[in-house]
Design a protein around this ligand. Structure first.
Ligand code: VGL
Ligand code: ZN
Length: 221
């Protein structure tokens, strides 16, 4: 009992009020050995677990695509991963098949402390429309529900971690800013794809210019 109280006391000292930790797509397919592996994607798991202990609210997203999804190169004859096609929403990058519900690759990394999650948002399940941001599908208007959830709890700031830094984390950060949140990216608790090379750095700069605070895990936890 005393130990428990001590743990709770320490927790409440460090908990960030009115903040949410948003863990983006920390799934097996985005980690080494997965279908759309991000280099060192698995390395962030212990950092994310540590960060999560300092937050009152934790939301995680899962990329969640049907097998016939528009973003899979395998659904476009004569196209390869990283080619592009035109869709109603504009240019769509094609990816290897990834994060198909029921496959192992769609699951969270097995070492991720998922019991701490308050909410899990699954995105990208409309076969005709991709969804990079945790807030909106790629038409930039169909909500995932996350904004309503954060508004309902009167949360004002969003701390972002996860995969991939230059795709889903990037789009989530910019949408969070647009929606009026104070946005912090915890850089070393993210990894990016960086294809083409240099795109990761450019997107980091863009986020910084737009007003995203960029911190290290040690500064937050
Ligand atoms: C992602 C590419 C395709 C991501 C998802 O989570 O960053 N990237 N689907
Ligand atoms: Zn995807």
């Amino acid at each position: 009992m005393e130990v428990w109280l001590a743990v709770e006391a320490r927790r409440s000292e460090t908990v960030k009020d009115k903040s949410v930790l948003l863990i983006v797509d920390l799934q097996i397919d985005f980690c080494p050995g997965g279908n759309l592996a991000v280099r060192e994607g698995d390395r962030i798991v212990p950092l994310v677990n540590r960060l999560a202990r300092g937050f009152e609210r934790i939301v995680a997203t899962q990329d969640w695509h049907p097998q016939d999804h528009v973003s899979f190169a395998s659904n476009h004859p004569e196209k390869n991963p990283f080619d592009t096609v035109q869709t109603a929403e504009g240019e769509q990058v094609l990816w290897p098949d990834h994060c198909v519900p029921g496959t192992r690759g769609a699951e969270f990394h097995p070492d991720l402390d998922t019991l701490a999650f308050d909410l899990i948002i699954r995105k990208g399940s409309n076969r005709n429309l991709d969804s990079y941001s945790a807030f909106f599908e790629n038409d930039h208007e169909t909500p995932t529900g996350l904004h309503f959830y954060l508004q309902g709890l009167e949360l004002k700031s969003v701390y972002l971690v996860g995969l991939a830094l230059d795709v889903c984390v990037y789009y989530s950060a910019l949408d969070a800013l647009r929606l009026g949140f104070d946005v912090t990216l915890v850089e070393d608790s993210c990894r990016g794809i960086d294809t083409p090379p240099g795109s990761l750095k450019a997107r980091l700069e863009e986020m910084k210019k737009a007003g995203v605070h960029i911190l290290k895990t040690a500064d937050v936890s």
